[in-house]
Design a protein. Structure first.
Length: 289
């Protein structure tokens, strides 16, 4: 069919990016996921012969209805919710053009105030931003022209809006924060990550959100331990059944990154849990095939 394929994009409200979507069109049907509020939600819909589509999904108890159009591999549309909220969506055909891991920093008047580490997979962005030793998750979207859309929402409810682009392995752009003003961001594509790596000694126990997320077929899980500990890192399905043991041994203090390979698993949401001494933490991740 004319519109068959995979599409990714951004969901906005009042001009602010609030989430990302990914779906696949097969004939007159579409299905995929919406990622927002650090959660994944299933979405389903239909597409007519002219590329007009409708989507329905439930997000946090609210029913979301989306009406949009696919034209020249681009997506545009609007959404409304049962809570009288509304916004827009935009996106494009999923592309591997800018795929990779990127690291960089945010600056105000040439002084670094924070750092970011993101992965781009088929146009979807996931990762984290760290400022004052506090990390915040990032999710976003890069279109086929390299334009980046994502926001960072902090615990104090301030919002940092990013306007950036990626070209030839370099990210450049600006940011504005509701409380702290504006500045610039820059970063570059990093080399491949080994199956497991370790670097400097951290100050606190920490389990990072895996990236990329969603992922297919592999993803990286990073964690910090400030002192020698017996460490177990395990993966479970949503029924609590153990899928894989990634680490089960004594580890010295350090920052670690471990690869999780999921080629044999079905699409869906999984959990990964770390135990290091008295420190226990669990996070969710999503496999999309």
């Amino acid at each position: 069919m004319e519109f068959d394929g995979k599409y990714n994009g951004s969901v906005t409200q009042d001009g602010i990016h609030i989430g990302t979507f990914t779906f696949e069109v097969t004939g007159s049907t579409l299905s995929g996921l919406y990622y927002g509020d650090n959660e994944n939600y299933n979405l389903d819909g239909t597409v007519d012969s002219e590329g007009n589509f409708t989507i329905s999904l439930n997000v946090g108890g609210a029913t979301i209805s989306v009406n949009g159009t696919i034209e020249s591999n681009q997506i545009s549309g609007n959404w409304t919710s049962s809570l009288d909220e509304s916004g827009t969506i935009f996106g494009s055909t999923a592309s591997e053009l800018y795929d990779g891991d990127y690291n960089g920093s945010a600056k105000v008047e040439n002084s670094v105030i924070g750092t970011f580490s993101i992965s781009i997979v088929n146009g979807l962005i996931s990762g984290s931003y760290t400022e004052d030793m506090e990390s915040t998750l990032i999710n976003g979207y890069v279109d086929t022209n390299g334009n980046i859309s994502f926001n960072i929402i902090f615990e104090d409810e301030s919002i940092t809006t990013i306007k950036a682009s990626v070209s030839e392995g370099e990210i450049t752009g600006t940011f504005s924060n509701t409380f702290e003003g504006s500045g610039t961001i820059s970063g570059s594509k990093s080399g491949p990550v080994s199956n497991e790596s370790v670097s400097q000694v951290p100050e606190l126990f920490y389990l990072a959100q895996n990236y990329p997320n969603p992922f297919n077929p592999s993803t990286q899980i990073s964690f910090d331990i400030p002192k020698a500990s017996n460490v177990t890192l395990e993966v479970f399905d949503m029924l609590g059944r153990k899928i894989s043991i990634l680490i089960n041994e004594q580890r010295g203090a350090g920052n670690y990154t471990v690869n999780f390979e999921a080629s044999s698993l079905s699409s869906g949401m999984y959990m990964y849990r770390i135990k290091a001494g008295d420190f226990i933490q669990t996070k969710k991740m999503t496999l999309i095939k």
